[in-house]
Design a protein around this ligand. Structure first.
Ligand SMILES: [Fe+2]
Length: 413
């Protein structure tokens, strides 16, 4: 699973999936962005996703540790205590990305990330809570930063990162105008552990440890601890007009390639997938999915089509919509594993937006949880059968998208 010093990574000329028609602009600039990225060496220098960053409201992070410890394979490791935030490090192992779970200490805290939530009616209800973005591994942080700055990408200064209580050994971009997510770069040798500094005093918070242990005990008692695998993909929703530029921007900042796009006409939307150019499983470097309406809201009164993506981004702002976790292929207790996992978690009061969709014959089954009351993020479970390599079926995605569109928190806006 080495993602360093792989010789001659070529980002272009890869098999294309899907049926969504892209613009001539996108096709031309996709080729140019990837060719330039390969030629200047950035594809070689930028590697896997090392971490994801999430911020939640004051007092909410420990409950979220409990939620994630039950619903995912993540373990609570340690808490970094800095002036304005607590940052809990959640980890599976050194092969899969960490989660940096940040809790704002002061409800009146104001920073750039809050300013992304405030204009949006649903986002502003949890003003500090949002997924910030991913941290990518690089072989030479200073050089990558210099090259990306020359390419007109903008980054926070070390002083600003310090003021935001973000790790200063990570270079972090300013939020994207298209996704409002950031991209960070961290330099790490594969045989060393990940460290984030300086984020203040490092300690194990007794209440966090206790909540984590209870959730893991429950996960084991429910016999689902060995069935839920690492993250498969991260799905970001963007405005209709930003579908193509959101992908071009991420491809310029990462070493991912364009895997393909599926049109979901029933939901007036498309699902667009980018994956690592390295032969790494998603468990090591999750796929990046961008979803967008086919038509913007401002013409929707003409055809009155479903508009779930555009409604979401108008309510919350562009942002991460769901984190998808793989479920181990197989059966337990007379059910396919995904059904066993969902029934077990539902028995503890966790809601799901619909029943499990898909089938063994179609290659995979999927489901969306209800949005977390803490982070607003949805957890997706996906079980692929046998050697099915596809990402989804169009029917599944249409049903999942429709279910998310009627989710309670949207209906209330
Ligand atoms: Fe998904």
């Amino acid at each position: 699973m080495n993602d360093q010093f792989t010789p001659k990574l070529i980002s272009t000329g890869r098999a294309r999936n899907g049926d969504k028609q892209n613009s001539a602009f996108f096709e031309t600039y996709l080729q140019r962005v990837l060719e330039e990225r390969d030629r200047c060496g950035l594809t070689e220098m930028i590697g896997r996703i090392e971490a994801m960053m999430i911020t939640v409201e004051p007092g909410n992070s420990i409950a979220y540790i409990g939620e994630l410890a039950l619903m995912t394979p993540y373990h609570y490791l340690v808490t970094l205590d800095s002036p304005r935030h607590l940052t809990h490090i959640l980890r599976i192992d050194m092969n899969s990305p960490d989660i940096l779970l940040r809790e704002v200490k002061d409800p009146n805290h104001y920073d750039i990330f809050r300013s992304l939530n405030d204009p949006h009616p649903a986002g502003s209800q949890r003003p500090h809570s949002r997924y910030l973005g991913e941290i990518l591994r690089v072989t030479d942080r200073e050089q990558v930063l210099e090259m990306q700055r020359e390419r007109e990408f903008r980054f926070f200064s070390p002083d600003t990162l310090d003021g935001l209580d973000l790790p200063t050994n990570v270079s972090i971009s300013r939020p994207s105008p298209y996704t409002q997510n950031v991209v960070g770069y961290i330099q790490r040798d594969l045989d060393t552990v990940r460290v984030y500094h300086p984020l203040g005093n490092c300690n194990i918070v007794a209440h966090a440890q206790d909540t984590y242990e209870k959730a893991k005990e429950l996960q084991m008692k429910l016999q689902i601890d060995d069935l839920i695998k690492p993250i498969d993909h991260l799905a970001t929703r963007v405005h209709s007009q930003n579908r193509e530029v959101a992908m071009l921007e991420y491809l310029a900042l990462s070493s991912y390639h364009y895997w393909g796009s599926y049109d979901i006409p029933d939901q007036n939307s498309s699902t667009n997938v980018c994956k690592s150019v390295r032969p790494l499983p998603e468990a090591v470097s999750p796929a990046k999915v961008f979803t967008a309406n086919n038509l913007p809201y401002c013409v929707n009164h003409l055809d009155k089509l479903p508009s779930p993506n555009e409604t979401f981004v108008r309510n919350y702002g562009p942002r991460l919509h769901h984190i998808a976790l793989s479920v181990k292929d197989g059966e337990r207790g007379g059910k396919e594993n995904i059904d066993f996992v969902v029934d077990a978690i539902a028995s503890q009061g966790q809601g799901f937006l619909l029943e499990v969709v898909g089938s063994r014959d179609e290659g995979l089954k999927q489901i969306f949880s209800a949005a977390s009351p803490i982070s607003a993020l949805i957890i997706e479970y996906v079980q692929r059968f046998g050697d099915f390599q596809g990402f989804f079926t169009k029917d599944n995605v249409a049903r999942l998208t429709a279910a998310a569109g009627v989710e309670d928190s949207l209906a209330r806006i």
